[in-house]
Design a protein around this ligand. Structure first.
Ligand SMILES: Nc1nc2c(c(=O)[nH]1)N[C@H]1C(S)=C(S)[C@@H](COP(=O)(O)OP(=O)(O)OC[C@H]3O[C@@H](n4cnc5c(=O)[nH]c(N)nc54)[C@H](O)[C@@H]3O)O[C@H]1N2
Ligand SMILES: Nc1nc2c(c(=O)[nH]1)N[C@H]1C(S)=C(S)[C@@H](COP(=O)(O)OP(=O)(O)OC[C@H]3O[C@@H](n4cnc5c(=O)[nH]c(N)nc54)[C@H](O)[C@@H]3O)O[C@H]1N2
Ligand code: SF4
Ligand SMILES: [Mo]
Length: 903
């Protein structure tokens, strides 16, 4: 059996083919015909088959931790929501949804909230992701429109990557750019990022600007282009408004190359080189992502760079345009159905009475939300203040991903009714829910997604529904029916929802709105199943559109694009002597968001196993921090613990911490705790790239690790004693203060590995170990070793002849043995007698090879192996490494790292 579907990770939206072999095992391979990837996949897409079977699936509805029937769950939600609306009005309830829902799910959620409950309090995690780009597009083009196509990356002569770590976050597009540059060595690449990431390996010029200064740089570029005769006067005259004001303000705020260089902390030469390159190249694509969007002036930054494309007329043509790379697989689909609190549906505006009337007539709904609802950060603040009394969260983990995560947890605890639909039973958010609803996920659910270049692709199911899980649109429709809105939510399939969505996009459209799927409103079920990847808008014959604005027509009332005069603003928090570091956050190559999927894959967990803080080696030295040591990073009230990684790619005074680690995977590494809730005034998008913090050494009295076949629920480790996750009477987690004990959970083959450290040694390590490991044990075999003088404790636990777990504690990290051989012992059904003898020594009787950190996830090739082969065999190219070790020859995600190792 073979199913064509789309990767559920990033917004590239790669086509994959899933095949089941005779033994029932699934294999995933790239779809050569899908226009997004044309036969490529990255490490995450390649590993998809490994995460189909989640060990912690949520299988049944639960209320207060007790299993209930669907009937009880839906009728409870319906009656509680209705009761709260009757008593406090519709704005006392809210939905918080996700760019990882399918378009059909999203459409039904939005319809229920805005048309039937009568509030616009439905917001989405896209608020944290793309809302600044959305607002910038609307201001410039009149509608949320991305003009480019992926092909433009190959047809460009200059690609400017602004605040985008493409090599790790959109790896297949990165590979397409690498290939384009190989085929056309004249193609120039400029990266603009305070960090020098692996993306910069492709760059002819890297601008490591001061954090948050992009608007100054692009204002400078605009002024310079205007002054030096690079205006496309015909285009500006015929197709735009507002050029003079924008250029005028740009000139006063970024008056010269020298002034720009000084404010952005760049050299005059580098700024000049960039400006000249931009001016001299006709085919320019400027890609932007979270380095621009996640800012308290993200909308202005987006417009500052769009202005430069308008001035030079470089938009809507082959190889040209400002290109927002979307993050989530369906960030775009969510925008199409109006999943943001300040949108309506089908790219219609909630603030426009005619649009509200149009949508209400189309839905024939009893009401329509009269004004915009609360944006994510405001929503959770209103929840803590008691104004929002019921929330339904779907497909997102706000307790981890929103800024000021302590506030978010307080808000969820204060909220009268928290409903969460998820496929995983325990996440930091699900643990705070009164009602848990089991959702289908990738491979089980049915529908469509839209990627970064407007391509709509199918995601059909190839697995049966596990337990009693249902798809999100179905759950929503059942609750709507229980509320008495049955007639409007009678969908029998995703296909029916999709047709309605397509019909709304065409309803009274007459060319006024670009977003139009009208040709699909009568699609048959069979056509829906066979729907080929297509870029919207559709023409009457159902043909897609490669590039927008080719005719110089925009979707503002005048039909002209709008320049925006930008007054650059610096990030809201600025360094102080007390908090002298800028904290930047983002992603790593092989992990996805809050780890609910990638965190269960040993292969994907090997690349970056533990939470880390990256900093300049001189800063580390000044703070007394050594490579690999644990650091405490704090903002005065909250702190996190992470291991120090020094790198000259990090500028002085800046730190970088990945966003991925939640309370399920670490004691205190959730970086959201340190991000202030500063938002852009227009988009409401939080400034997740910019907090100010202090960093100091964490003095560990002991360090250790535990490898266990079972996942151990370490929730709070205090004073050297482990405690189990505290839960209150409703079965909801309770607040715990940030832990001062370091722990992190890493999935390894056949087991979980935990890295541990504490500030207080246990009074009795043997008791500590039994507390930790023996909870459910009856037939236990212990082997242990204690050296009080050297503060060394080692223990192993067996069930029968099988190694169940082992624990190594020492006063210092250096005296702990390497983990790899010990992990490999968990592959043995019954531990061999020789290995059993060597076990507590932590090393095999005959030493094997230490491969080091995994670089190539596909073939599990480690850094030490690669370094050794480079040195001993004189390898000088990534191709040579590939021939010798296979590394980098499958998905190619590690090629930038192989380049770095060669250097
Ligand atoms: N591996 C992986 N890939 C993913 C995801 C994932 O979780 N893991 N998530 C997906 C999602 S939802 C998203 S939104 C995308 C995000 O994709 P990206 O936006 O590419 O990723 P980030 O790492 O969040 O941030 C990008 C860069 O912005 C830089 N930056 C910080 N401050 C500034 C600044 O002031 N100016 C400039 N110019 N740059 C700055 C950071 O140093 C960082 O390198 O990735 C998608 N792809
Ligand atoms: N500090 C910092 N914070 C950030 C960012 C940053 O760069 N720095 N980036 C922000 C960005 S861009 C984003 S997009 C967010 C992402 O943050 P989140 O959306 O909070 O993260 P995920 O881990 O992707 O959460 C998705 C959840 O949906 C569940 N799920 C999967 N499939 C389904 C399904 O079909 N139905 C349902 N109901 N549930 C499902 C998963 O189990 C998981 O719990 O984080 C934001 N937060
Ligand atoms: S680039 Fe990787 S993560 Fe993104 S859609 Fe393609 S395979 Fe999936
Ligand atoms: Mo995102």
């Amino acid at each position: 059996m073979q199913t064509k579907t789309t990767c559920p990770y990033c917004g590239v939206g790669c086509g994959v083919i899933v095949e089941q072999d005779a033994a029932g095992a699934f294999k995933v391979r790239p779809d050569k015909e899908h226009p997004a990837n044309l036969g490529r996949l990255c490490s995450k897409g390649t590993a998809l088959a490994e995460t189909l079977d989640h060990p912690q699936r949520l299988l049944y509805p639960e209320i207060d931790g007790q299993r209930v029937s669907w009937d009880v769950a839906t009728s409870t939600i319906a009656s509680r929501f209705q009761q709260i609306i009757e008593e406090h009005g519709a704005d006392a309830v809210a939905f918080y949804v996700s760019g990882q829902l399918l378009t059909e799910d999203y459409y039904v959620a939005n319809k229920l909230m805005k048309g039937y409950l009568g509030s616009a309090n439905i917001d989405t995690n896209s608020r944290l992701c793309m809302s600044s780009a959305v607002a910038a597009h609307k201001r410039a083009f009149g509608e949320d429109l991305v003009s480019c196509s992926y092909e433009d990356l190959e047809q460009a002569e200059l690609i400017v990557l602004v605040g985008s770590n493409t090599a790790w976050c959109h790896p297949v597009l990165y590979q397409r750019m690498v290939k384009a540059k190989k085929l056309n060595p004249a193609l120039q690449v400029v990266t603009i990022d305070p960090r020098r990431t692996q993306t910069a390996d492709l760059a002819d010029l890297h601008l490591g600007l001061a954090p948050g200064t992009d608007a100054i740089l692009f204002n400078g570029l605009l002024a310079w282009l205007a002054e030096n005769g690079h205006t496309d006067a015909a285009f500006v005259g015929e197709s735009t408004h507002g050029m003079e004001q924008a250029v005028e303000l740009a000139k006063t705020t970024a008056s010269s190359v020298q002034a720009v260089a000084a404010q952005c902390n760049l050299t005059v030469e580098a700024v000049e080189q960039f400006f000249k390159l931009f001016a001299a190249t006709q085919r320019v694509v400027t890609v932007f992502s979270q380095g621009i969007n996640q800012s308290s002036s993200g909308v202005d930054k987006g417009n500052a760079l769009i202005n430069c494309h308008l001035l030079t007329g470089r938009i809507g043509k082959v190889g040209m345009g400002a290109f927002s790379f979307t993050g989530q697989p369906n960030a775009m689909g969510g925008r199409e159905v109006g999943g943001l609190a300040n949108q309506l549906a089908a790219h219609l505006d909630i603030d426009n009475p005619q649009h509200r009337d149009l949508v209400q007539r189309f839905w024939q709904s009893p009401r329509i939300a009269p004004q915009a609802g609360l944006k994510a950060v405001d929503l959770f603040q209103a929840m803590e203040a008691g104004k929002v009394k019921a929330v339904w969260i779907m497909g997102t983990n706000p307790a981890v991903s929103l800024p000021d995560s302590a506030q978010v947890r307080r808000a969820l605890l204060a909220c009268e009714l928290v409903v969460v639909s998820d496929c995983v039973r325990n996440t930091d958010t699900v643990d705070l829910a009164h009602i848990r609803l089991p959702a289908l996920t990738w491979g089980e659910r049915d529908g469509t997604v839209t990627n970064s270049d407007r391509t709509i692709s199918r995601q059909p199911p190839f697995l049966p529904a596990p337990g009693e899980a249902k798809q999100d649109w179905q759950i929503l429709a059942e609750v709507a029916q229980a509320m008495g809105f049955g007639a409007a939510f009678q969908y029998q399939s995703a296909h029916e929802v999709f047709r309605e969505h397509a019909a709304l996009s065409a309803f009274e459209n007459h060319g006024a709105r670009c977003f139009n799927l009208g040709a699909w409103q009568t699609l048959t079920a069979a056509d829906y199943d066979q729907l080929p990847p297509t870029q919207w808008p559709l023409d009457a014959a159902g043909q897609g559109t490669t590039r927008l604005f080719a005719d110089g027509k925009f979707f503002t009332p005048s039909g002209k694009a709008q320049f925006i005069a930008v007054q650059p603003r610096l990030p809201q928090s600025q360094r102080t002597p007390e908090f002298p570091f800028v904290l930047n956050t983002g992603r790593v190559r092989d992990h996805w968001h809050t780890l609910t999927r990638t965190g269960i894959s040993p292969r994907l967990s090997a690349h970056v196993a533990e939470p880390y803080v990256e900093m300049h080696p001189c800063d580390a030295r000044d703070q007394g921090l050594q490579e690999g040591a644990i650091a405490r990073i704090h903002n005065g009230t909250q702190h996190i613990l992470a291991k120090v990684k020094t790198s000259r790619d990090q500028q002085r005074g800046s730190l970088f911490v990945p966003m991925h680690w939640s309370g399920q995977f670490s004691g205190a590494a959730g970086v959201g705790a340190l991000i202030p809730a500063n938002v852009d005034p227009i988009s409401g998008q939080p400034e997740s790239k910019h907090a100010v913090v202090a960093i100091e050494a964490y003095t560990a009295a002991w360090q250790g690790f535990l490898i266990s076949r079972r996942k151990i629920p370490l929730a709070a480790l205090e004073g050297g004693r482990m405690q189990y996750a505290p839960t209150n009477i409703h079965g909801r987690g309770v607040l715990h203060t940030p832990s001062y004990t370091y722990w992190t959970a890493i999935k390894v083959p056949n087991a979980w590995r935990y890295e541990l450290a504490g500030q207080q040694p246990a009074a009795d390590w043997a008791t500590f170990a039994r507390d930790l490991l023996c909870q459910h044990a009856d037939d236990v075999n212990w082997t242990e070793y204690l050296d009080v003088a050297r503060q060394t404790y080692r223990a192993a636990r067996f069930t029968g002849g099988q190694l169940e777990s082992c624990l190594f504690i020492s006063a210092s990290a250096e005296r702990l043995p390497p983990r790899e051989w010990l992990v490999s012992l968990f592959a043995q059904e019954t531990l061999s007698p020789t290995d059993r003898v060597s076990l507590l020594a932590g090393k095999p009787a005959v030493a094997g090879e230490d491969k080091g950190r995994t670089v190539c996830a596909c073939f599990n090739v480690g850094e030490k192996t690669i370094r050794k082969a480079i040195a001993e065999q004189g390898l000088s190219s990534v191709e040579a490494i590939g021939r010798c070790l296979n590394a980098g020859t499958n998905c190619g995600s590690c090629l930038p790292e192989l380049h770095a190792l060669l250097e």
